[in-house]
Design a protein around this ligand. Structure first.
Ligand SMILES: [Zn+2]
Length: 52
């Protein structure tokens, strides 16, 4: 049942933060698929300057 749910999620829209798994304020613009919070925390690591 849990597995089934996961597959379903994966099948349709993977709009989840790939770092924390949350789906809040997700940034898809740069094909990052991370939420805003994780983006800020990992911006430098991801090769972005501070964009605040
Ligand atoms: Zn996140």
């Amino acid at each position: 049942m849990a597995i089934r749910y996961e597959l379903r999620q994966r099948g349709k829209g993977m709009r989840k933060c790939k770092i924390c798994g949350g789906s809040r304020a997700l940034i898809r613009s740069y094909k990052l698929y991370v939420c805003r919070r994780c983006f800020r925390e990992n911006a430098e690591r991801l090769g972005f300057e501070k964009l605040s």
